[in-house]
Design a protein around this ligand. Structure first.
Ligand SMILES: C[C@@](CO)(OP(=O)(O)O)[C@H](O)COP(=O)(O)OP(=O)(O)OC[C@H]1O[C@@H](n2ccc(N)nc2=O)[C@H](O)[C@@H]1O
Ligand SMILES: Nc1ncnc2c1ncn2[C@@H]1O[C@H](COP(=O)(O)OP(=O)(O)O)[C@@H](O)[C@H]1O
Length: 289
């Protein structure tokens, strides 16, 4: 028996950090949305009691370091599942890119194993379990668009943002989220207007969304990796309506409404950037897998 799932990447339309918590995590306010750039997960039921990971991508760990492995192990231990699973991850989302690829693979694995192992859990229960794997996993269980608070695991659903193209560019570096959070100094940072972003989404106001994009981690990553700032400049030069780094980076995304400008951006960036994609936002929560 097999289950096939789509594990989409996310971008952070805004990312604010309020303070560092006693447990070492940071209290955040993030507007997240899933985009049509996705890994494919194939789950195959095994009669023996093992979890096997395979992937065509050499940067994806094939052992307990893999977040999809951790998702399977969590369900196995919590619900004393005796069957096993082979998890094949066909990777499209760049690794360590600020796009939550590993978290989305873990979330898809939770959704898929819920069916394969007939656990009967609700999406909300899966999202709570996801938080044990990583801060972004709860959001990825649902997908769509949401305000994420706490350390990222408290989810309030939002409508789809106004439609536009997302052009993503990732330089040839990987960024450690823990390292970027460690370097963050909150004194004097300029905070994004989260309420303004939520209002713009409700009003379907594209100009308002563009005006309110902001990420307090951006300057931290830009200081360590100046190539990220160069990509931002190029995106503005090629006519982006708004430009922002996603998560802890290094991927930068541009919002652009007109097809012709999307083509100009995409072609212009391909000249000097490792990975470039032009995709739509998915907007809606996962309904079917
Ligand atoms: C920055 C964001 C924005 O969406 O995404 P990415 O850049 O990773 O995609 C997330 O907050 C990342 O979420 P995720 O990658 O799941 O983080 P976790 O595995 O839970 O944590 C990795 C490390 O980041 C730091 N961390 C993470 C979340 C948080 N709210 N405060 C933190 O300080 C901690 O040092 C933690 O040990
Ligand atoms: N399924 C997975 N896909 C990609 N990376 C994974 C996966 N599981 C664990 N990892 C590890 O997680 C780290 C962060 O990867 P990823 O989730 O792609 O980035 P980000 O946290 O920036 O969104 C990588 O260094 C990688 O080794």
């Amino acid at each position: 028996m097999k289950v096939l799932l789509k594990a989409p990447a996310k971008i952070n339309l805004s990312l604010d950090v309020l303070h560092k918590r006693p447990d070492g995590y940071h209290e955040v306010e993030m507007i997240m949305t899933t985009i049509d750039l996705a890994d494919r997960i194939e789950l195959t039921l095994l009669s023996e009691d093992t979890i096997k990971i395979t992937s065509q991508n050499r940067f994806v760990p094939d052992d307990q370091r893999n977040l999809a492995y951790q998702a399977a192990k969590l369900l196995k231990d919590k619900f004393q599942v005796k069957e096993g699973v082979q998890i094949n991850i066909e990777k499209t989302i760049p690794v360590a890119a600020g796009l939550a690829g590993g978290s989305s693979d873990a979330a898809a694995t939770l959704r898929g194993l819920n069916k394969l192992w007939k656990l009967g859990l609700t999406m909300d229960e899966l999202a709570v379990l996801g938080a044990e794997i990583g801060s972004d996993v709860s959001f990825c269980v649902y997908g769509g668009t949401a305000l994420a608070t706490g350390r990222g695991e408290k989810i309030e659903h939002l409508p789809a943002p106004p439609s536009c193209w997302i052009v993503l560019a990732k330089p040839l570096i990987g960024v450690s989220t823990a390292d970027i959070y460690r370097r963050l100094q909150l004194n004097g940072v300029s905070h994004p207007n989260t309420a303004g972003m939520i209002e713009s989404i409700h009003q379907q106001d594209f100009a308002g969304v563009c005006k309110n994009v902001g990420n307090v981690l951006e300057d931290v990553t830009l200081n360590v990796y100046p190539e990220v700032a160069q990509i931002k400049e190029q995106m503005y030069r090629f006519g982006a309506d708004a430009v922002l780094m996603s998560g802890s980076g290094p991927t930068v995304f541009a919002l652009v409404q007109h097809d012709s400008r999307m083509h100009r951006l995409y072609n212009g960036l391909r000249g000097f950037c490792d990975q470039v994609f032009a995709v739509r936002m998915l907007g809606e929560r996962h309904t079917l897998d």
